[in-house]
Design a protein around this ligand. Structure first.
Ligand SMILES: C[S@@+](CC[C@H](N)C(=O)[O-])C[C@H]1O[C@@H](n2cnc3c(N)ncnc32)[C@H](O)[C@@H]1O
Length: 472
């Protein structure tokens, strides 16, 4: 019999608790009666009252209901939405401190999980921009915005419940109506506010996830260093008249938009994967550029969200690869082939593998655009594609670059890496825990020569890490 869920159990409040350490996932923790309590949006040195929200035998979780003392480490957050919005949760920490915690997180994972003889590691590479660094944001329209203290004061009759912004953590239907977001540079904020106000004034309905009705669903804004700007409006049904009204508003007020598109999403969830985007104005893509290589980014194409830091990361990967032009390089989990195309001119040939077929189409297109003819791309699950037969057909790799998702590599992929015995492996990861786990398995044939943490997402706990492994 499954465990009974006691719906109305009231959990206790813990009073005047001192937060003592940083923990995983950007939270901090306190110890109360020998039990660990995880508390988001706190940092060591805070003294707080905690309303427990979850209690297990080994740990608890809670949220702050009152501050008695604020940590000396705290600084003033830049954003007015801090504390309510689910993004940028580390704004109360000085950037230097954020970097220190991220670097320690990488080291701890390697020491704890890998038991490594640690090589001289490099200090974490900071992001040049610590705000306004994202090239893509996706906002949600909802007819149930979250009422902040300010909006509660507005007379009920005047108060619109329509909002455009980000989902509140753990609430599928509540939206924080953003006034000023610090994640993407202008005209991102202006476009979002303009379309929200225009829709409210013209009584165009905002989506209701509860009732599954309402016209406007999502707004996606993508920028590029070339100056290209893509705006995609996701709507619920094929109402051409209303679409034209909104799109004309955007086209007239923001002539800098180089790609204006729409998607009709009739599904229950917000995912637009595999959907058709209709062009309203401009090109059906934007162009990004790194050195002399151009990347064509379609409405649904993946591209690293912090372009400047992605460039730094690729440069480090290329430096670690030490290519002379004679090497066969495998770029595993290649996405849209950005790394493969970036290193192609320094290699004999590059093989990219990725399981999203549309991403592989983009990778091939990007090779064509740049007249790169020494790349080949394969779509499929890594476990199934990267077989001994595949290696015989494509040639044994001299260098492997691998950039798997957060879950890391499947054990059989790691085994295959060991069998291939490439001279060097460059392992890029957004999850040092799974990276350390995988590298622990590679230790029988490889030594860790370099470790370079890199900050791709300031104001969050996320960290990227690049490791160079040399065949022993
Ligand atoms: C971290 S991203 C790599 C991004 C890419 N290297 C870049 O810089 O743009 C991980 C990629 O692995 C792909 N992926 C995840 N699981 C996979 C699998 N089992 N087989 C092949 N590709 C997979 C994802 O679709 C995603 O594109």
């Amino acid at each position: 019999m499954g465990r009974r869920y006691r719906k109305n159990r009231v959990l206790p409040i813990l009073e005047k608790v001192e937060i003592t350490a940083f923990a995983a996932e950007g939270k901090s923790l306190a110890r109360v009666n020998d039990k660990v309590v995880f508390v988001p949006l706190t940092i060591p040195g805070d003294v707080v009252d905690i309303q427990l929200t979850r209690s297990r035998s080994s740990f608890s979780e809670g949220k702050v209901i009152a501050f008695h003392k604020k940590s000396d480490l705290r600084i003033e957050p830049a954003c007015q939405h801090f504390g309510i919005c689910g993004g940028c949760k580390w704004q109360m920490l000085d950037y230097k401190k954020q970097l220190e915690i991220k670097q320690n997180h990488v080291l701890e994972n390697f020491q704890h999980l890998g038991n490594f003889d640690f090589p001289p590691h490099f200090p974490i590479l900071p992001s040049k921009n610590i705000y306004f660094y994202r090239n893509k944001l996706e906002f949600t329209f909802s007819n149930r915005k979250w009422l902040t203290e300010y909006s509660k004061e507005i007379d009920f009759e005047e108060r619109s419940m329509d909002g455009l912004g980000f989902h509140l953590p753990k609430m599928f239907d509540r939206i924080l109506d953003l006034e000023n977001c610090h994640l993407q540079k202008e005209p991102s904020n202006s476009i979002r506010l303009s379309i929200r106000n225009f829709a409210i004034e013209n009584k165009i309905s905002f989506y209701s996830p509860r009732k599954q009705e309402g016209y406007l669903r999502n707004l996606i804004i993508r920028t590029a260093s070339t100056g290209d700007l893509m705006v995609i409006l996701v709507v619920r049904d094929d109402d051409k008249q209303t679409l034209e009204l909104v799109m004309n508003h955007l086209a007239t007020n923001f002539p800098e938009i180089t790609s204006l598109m729409s998607i009709i999403n009739t599904n229950l969830n917000d995912s637009t994967n595999g959907m058709r985007a209709e062009l309203f104005k401009g090109n059906p893509f934007i162009m990004e550029q790194m050195e002399d290589i151009k990347f064509k980014i379609g409405p649904l194409s993946f591209y690293q969200t912090n372009s400047e830091q992605a460039y730094e990361m690729y440069k480090i990967g290329r430096e670690y690869a030490k290519l002379t032009g004679k090497e066969i390089v495998y770029d595993l989990y290649t996405g849209t082939g950005t790394i493969a195309n970036f290193v192609a001119k320094n290699a004999k040939k590059v093989i990219g593998i990725e399981y999203v077929p549309e991403a592989i189409e983009d990778a091939i297109e990007n090779s064509k655009i740049n007249q790169i003819d020494n790349t080949s791309f394969y779509a499929g699950d890594m476990v199934k594609v990267l077989t001994p037969e595949f290696v015989v057909e494509n040639g044994k790799p001299d260098v492997i670059i691998t950039d798997p998702p957060r879950a890391g590599m499947h054990e059989s992929v790691v085994t295959q890496l060991l069998n291939m015995e490439a001279k060097r492996i460059i392992y890029i990861s957004c999850n040092p825990a799974t990276q350390a786990r995988d590298i622990d398995l590679l230790k029988t044939k490889y030594k860790v020569s370099k470790v370079q943490p890199l900050d791709m997402f300031p104001q969050t706990h996320h960290v990227e890490n690049i490791v160079l492994l040399d065949l022993i």
